[in-house]
Design a protein around this ligand. Sequence first.
Ligand code: SF4
Length: 111
Amino acid sequence: MTDEPVDPSEIGERDAPPIEAKPYKVIFEANKCIGAGRCAEVSDNWSMDISTGIAQPESYFLAEEELGSNLEAASVCPAKKDRGVIHVVDRRTDEELAPDPEGDGTLSVDW
Ligand code: SF4
């Protein structure tokens, strides 16, 4: 854990699509991915990069209809002792929707 909470609104917003079109975003701790491939089994947005052995998202910004499968990918990711390294954030509220191991909507990245 970091001492300072990470503000999700500061991540990836340059050149981002409008919030109205893509209200959700993925924040991916790629350096902590253990290549288990669970995400790719449950979401078309996730695939395994053969050259690196870790997952990669097709898109970091998600429309409403893409939310469900990405929430599932975030929930099933076993990395970081099941805390997960795929984070899905509501850009309107900066709340972490999944995996949310703290249960309070704070971003659970460990940078
Ligand atoms: S489920 Fe998590 S650890 Fe496994 S490949 Fe996907 S992101 Fe990496």
